[in-house]
Design a protein around this ligand. Sequence first.
Ligand SMILES: [Zn+2]
Length: 465
Amino acid sequence: MDDAGVIEGGDVLVTGETIAEVGRGLAVPDGTAEIDASGGILMPGMVDTHRHMWQTALRGLGADWTLTQYFVFYYLNWGRIFRPEDIHAGNTLSAIEAVDAGVTTTVDWSHGLQTVEHGEAAADALRSAPGRFVLAYGNLLGAPWEWTNSPEFRGFVERFGTPDDMLGLQLAFDVTGDPEFPEKAAFEAARDLGLRVTTHAGVWGATNDESIRLMWEGGFMTPGTTYVHAATLTQDSYQRIAASGGSVSVSTESEQSAGQGYPPSWELRRHGIPVSLSMDTSVWWSADLFSAMRATLSADRSREHLEAHSRGDTVVHNRLRAEEVVRWATIGGARALGLDSVIGSLTPGKKADLVLIKNDDAPALYPLLHPYGSVVYQAGRGDVHTVLVNGRVVKHEHRLVGADLAGAKEAVGRTVEYARSTMGEEAWQDSITPELPAAERIPNPYTYTDFDGGDERHRAQRQET
Ligand SMILES: [Zn+2]
């Protein structure tokens, strides 16, 4: 993902934490361990710029939720029952999952931190997990202008120490668009503390152009700001984001299913806004950045076709290429975090975060004719053969190295048991199976009976069942 582009038959030499050399036929210093990457693709570790890692503890529970049901579940009803150990459990499993899937850097958009003890648990989990992380500290049960300025939170920041490239620190909160702009004090706290802000922006029904305008007029749209989703905004807001140098974290699977707005990469490209990718939360969908790349490329192309069809045109050239989406998943994420001089490409001098995609026992990666196309459309998590983070091998030959997966699963099991018993069986089951409204069927003139109409016998039978 740097100017050297694709190097066929290349070698990468790692010394300590660092990529020492990249090229063909490199000399192998004595004592070097060799990993055979032939038949595979060695790429930079992927970067997920927005994942609510604590929610991995209830993986898959909300597969059929709407965004409203998500808000009701976490914000109104059950977010408050999560204890520090539950945050720790979710984060730990999510962290192991990330590196297993080739995601070497993850922003933990951690908005379940209702006390600093929860915050310590989140940070502890990330410190002991085998990956590179940014803790984006948030609290969905509190007011950001209050908790960011509380002595407890300031104490947490002091104890956290100096953020580094293995564990960074940001502030995570949303701007509701209240004309009083109470979030101003939270932005001022971020500025005082020297922390970047990540915010869910352009979310249908929740945050909108007013939020962007207030941030702009307050002078808080800094280049380091990440706008998550940014899917329901007008051109004016996109232009403010572009002009201020901020970037957008696109969560296509989330936007397609939860309805924050149409996945915005097609708009962002037109405005020259830098893009990174994210998976949002495993309570609904996967934590799989291959899936993010595939969904994003497909959604972007879908939109181009729809726009063209609405003009009576046909798309004859695809503007968005597989290479660009791989860029968003790697160096794009690194740039969004200000880490592009450290990670995001296989460049000598950068930290060695490497992913080897290789699966000799499966047909899907042969032949390798278009490496970017193979990464986006052919490869999956199961093809991640080897992963290095900061020069350390954390996965090799499809097996995790040095991660306590069994312990992480046990801890999540305890959280599931606790959540289920605290919620009660009815609420638990209702959460998994949200209400299903009656299906609307369009009357079909080619059938003998009107589906919802005059056939009394048919209707009586349906009522019996
Ligand atoms: Zn989110």
